[in-house]
Ligand binder design. Sequence first.
Ligand code: NAD
Length: 484
Amino acid sequence: MAYAIEHDRMLIGGELVHASGGEFDLSINPATEEVIGRSPRSTAEDVERAFAAADAAWPAWAALTPSERGARMRAFGKALRARAEDFLRIEVADTGNTITPMRGDVGHAVDSLTYYAGLIHELKGETIPATAENLHLTLREPYGVVARIAPFNHPLMFAVARTAAMLAAGNAVIVKPPETSPLSALLLAEVAREALPAGVFNIVTGPGATVGNAIVRHPGIKRIAFIGSPQTGRAIQRSAAEVAVKHVTLELGGKNPLIAFPDTDPDIIAAAAVRGMNFSWQGQSCGSTSRLLLHEDIHDAVLERVVSAVAGLRLGDPFDPATDMGPVNSRIQHEKVLSFFETARHDGSRLMTGGRRPPGERFAKGFWVEPTVYADVKPGMRLWQEEVFGPILSVGRWKTVDEAVELANSTEYGLTGAVWTNDIRNALNVARRIRSGHVWINGCSNHFLGVPFGGMKNSGVGREEGIEEMISYTEAKTINIMLG
Ligand code: NAD
């Protein structure tokens, strides 16, 4: 059968291949529930082949000079950019994210390749003056084979931008794309095959519970970098520990606070609160500021504006540039968001807009939900504590700064946070007291290349997107040279 999206091979050892068992998973367009493509359902045998190819490839890759390796990475970026429109088309159909902001994903992926290609000379060791009779020095060596396991919200971007540092450090890579949106990775397989030496970049698709788990449990893959939910992150830590001593970093979820002080303009806060929710990809962003904490003096004015803006978001075809919000990614995700609507019916929160599947024939098929705002959300409620990873904004109120900080820190998460005020002392004091890995002052949502990103508490371990990420894919080797 022919599919709308025809790419259906993954990449192992420089070959475009199907899974060893010959099986496939079908990919569904979340806007229509139509089958649009298929991806190989890999087996543990495929993971073994990918490992063998990567293990054979990394020594030569690591032996390239920084300039040579950097040049290969930049060429890879150039090849990706040449197919940017094809990637965009696949990504919008397979994820449901809206087209205009998704145009940035390939660019961001290429910029990350360029950034890390330029940092390779910074893989420096040290000399340490420990004794006079020895020269003590350290070298940075790649792990060898490193795995990246990625979530569904920005599959292509994560597969490239979050493997660039691994490649820069001299590793060969195995990527495991998300099972609900794997199709862009299959075009990526074709581009990477042309641009990089065989075995340096491998892609194995399939379910997390089998393929992901086989990667995590592979004794030869010591370094695993994961982006996804806290539950899976902890399962990966457990599985990895059962097999070997491994270095696992985790970029997990968030229930991120945006604290607005009374000295701010309600129009500006309302716009920031809506922007911080990332409705363009249905709120499916780890960094979404999904808890809006308003000072009581501006609470009603901001809430009114937020509700009006969210109610006015245009739901529809993700390919239409005028669309503000598409469908959520999958049936599972859809059921999850609907379950939050159900819980909220009885929890005492106040539904301000949304809270249901949109009515009408147009939305009868597809994983649609309305963009939603609840007011009077409180710490005891599920909406306060659990990440929805969907288009639901919860609003709470505070009186004192101590209360605002306590509310901000009252979940198991600690990924991002935002503080809005014109008072520099309030801004910095509160930013320092928020237990989150990434805090915006008078901003939200943006990532900046080179600036570390990652979570405290149950939002993760490790930092990505800066030089620290590249160093984290190396191990230090100490050498002592006796001079006497
Ligand atoms: P998920 O945890 O369900 O899946 C993520 C990946 O892990 C997928 O590729 C999946 O196949 C794989 N996987 C599942 N079970 C596995 C197992 N047992 N062993 C190995 N791999 C396994 O997450 P998701 O639903 O795809 O993504 C949503 C989550 O990702 C949210 O919690 C969100 O906050 C988080 N996220 C975090 C960041 C960040 O930078 N912190 C960025 C984006 C998304």
